[in-house]
Design a protein around this ligand. Sequence first.
Ligand code: ADP
Length: 179
Amino acid sequence: MAIDKAIWSKITLVDGDITKQNVDAIVNAANHTLLGGGGVDGAIHRAAGPELLAECRTLGGCATGSAKLTKGYRLPAKYVIHAVGPVYNDGHHGEPERLAGCYRTAMDLANQHGCTSIAFAAISCGVYGYPIADAARIALTSVAEKLAAGGSVEEARFVLFGQPVFGQFQAVLDELAGV
Ligand code: ADP
């Protein structure tokens, strides 16, 4: 599906910390237990406080390629959407479909809860080992398609942790948006 230029302008990239984002929902890169981990998940749980883990314990985990929503507790964001990305093997074991599923489900949940702004972590781009440029193409395309389909979300922000990941997302976004 060809994506209109106006849609790409709803996607922004920042080099920063997702726990500090003033948006309606942030999207965590969780593991399937939803019971805490390292990386961005650890940072989100530390910033949100112990009530977040208490709510996650009630959810019964989450399938890879999907996502579940909780409150944001002490975070500036009202909601946390916990997405479970795939561990990267070779790209031929369902990883692209599962990674896209995380972003699509997160956008659906945000729209269902009337969110106007959402901030994403780079799901699977840390210890799960997804090649960054490949992950960026899937992430940006999946979110742009959902924005084009309509809903409450007007701003989708990707919060990239450090210049190497930010730079790769920027290059892919420039290419997709035809900049
Ligand atoms: P995964 O297990 O899905 O690969 P990780 O938490 O290991 O998840 O990493 C996902 C991405 O989140 C990586 O690019 C990592 O650098 C980044 N990250 C780590 N801490 C933060 C943070 N506080 N804000 C935003 N991104 C972060």
